[in-house]
Design a protein around this ligand. Structure first.
Ligand code: PDD
Length: 280
């Protein structure tokens, strides 16, 4: 299996991270997860552009064009003959003796590899449980930072409670999940947090909103209060690897009838996506 190591494709076994890499020591870097369907990188441009944007936001200057990076990722998928799976790519600020300040002479380190993904058919069909957690992350959640400590901790808490995801609440309002965007159907309208600094503007989220618009589904980017969430008719989450998964129970209480809802099923049943022919 090949991995991308800066400009080169090398065998995974030969890839070594320097112990003074700032990604390793500080979580000082950014990343993307991109889905591969049938050998094609889905929404590659959107992901690559977001990677460049995240890097720029934290002052990492990536050499080369977005299109060069896209080409490299396509080559990686081809090298590994991946048909269905994903690509993980990360960029760290570089390698230097450990001190907090980083100056301006470091060379960003780029690594990427492919992995298999099992489409979460059971979760999409039956729905999953979620817990509610407080959102104690920093205020730049729009940056896809390697620093995922709080996300990791809350996901673990969910997992230990037998749940799939922790839905985060800041100041009484739902922001997102630890690794997904969150939607609730309230009075027949699909609602989700606006794309600002408090959430990651998911690529899946953007595609879903586009599809809803085209299909004339009622959707609003407005905040959902915790009370509204608990009384919602339907709840679902979206992400690159999860696609769309219904939430049927929150903190031990059923959501709606306790089974995936009608509007949610439009997305998970792939019916809508087949019609549109662009997603999943
Ligand atoms: N996570 N919000 C957070 C905090 C996320 O980590 C993710 C994705 C999303 C959904 O974004 P997208 O639709 O672009 O995948 C929202 C990835 C999959 C991960 O960390 O594994």
């Amino acid at each position: 299996m090949k991995v991308l190591y800066n400009d080169d494709f090398i065998e995974k076994e030969d890839a070594r991270v320097d112990i003074e890499d700032r990604g390793y020591q500080f979580g000082d870097g950014v990343y993307e997860v991109i889905r591969v369907y049938n050998g094609t990188l889905f929404t590659l441009k959107e992901h690559t552009e977001r990677l460049f944007k995240s890097a720029k936001e934290i002052g990492i200057h990536l050499q080369g064009a977005v299109s060069d990076m896209e080409e490299k990722l396509k080559q990686l998928v081809a090298h590994n003959q991946l048909t269905d799976g994903g690509v993980y790519i990360q960029v760290t600020r570089g390698v230097a003796p450990r001190k907090h300040q980083y100056g301006n002479s470091l060379t960003p380190q780029i690594t990427a590899y492919t992995f298999q993904v099992k489409k979460p058919v059971h979760e999409q069909t039956a729905g999953v449980k979620a817990i509610i957690s407080e959102d104690l992350r920093w205020l730049r959640c729009d940056i896809k930072s390697l620093n995922l400590l709080y996300n990791v901790m809350e996901k673990q808490k969910a997992s230990e409670a037998g749940a799939f995801e922790a839905i985060l609440i800041r100041d009484g309002f739902v922001t997102e999940g630890t690794s997904s965007n969150v939607y609730a159907v309230i009075d027949g309208v699909i609602r989700t947090h606006p794309a600002n600094n408090l959430i990651l503007n998911g690529i899946t989220r953007r595609k879903l909103l586009e599809v809803c618009e085209e299909e004339g589904s009622s959707v609003k980017e407005t905040r959902i209060s915790k009370e509204e969430l608990l009384g919602a008719q339907e709840i679902f989450i979206s992400s690159t690897t999860a696609e769309v998964i219904p939430i049927v129970e929150i903190d031990g209480q059923p959501v709606g009838e306790g089974v995936p809802g009608e509007l949610t099923n439009q997305f998970t049943g792939t019916q809508l996506f087949l019609t549109v022919g662009r997603i999943f």
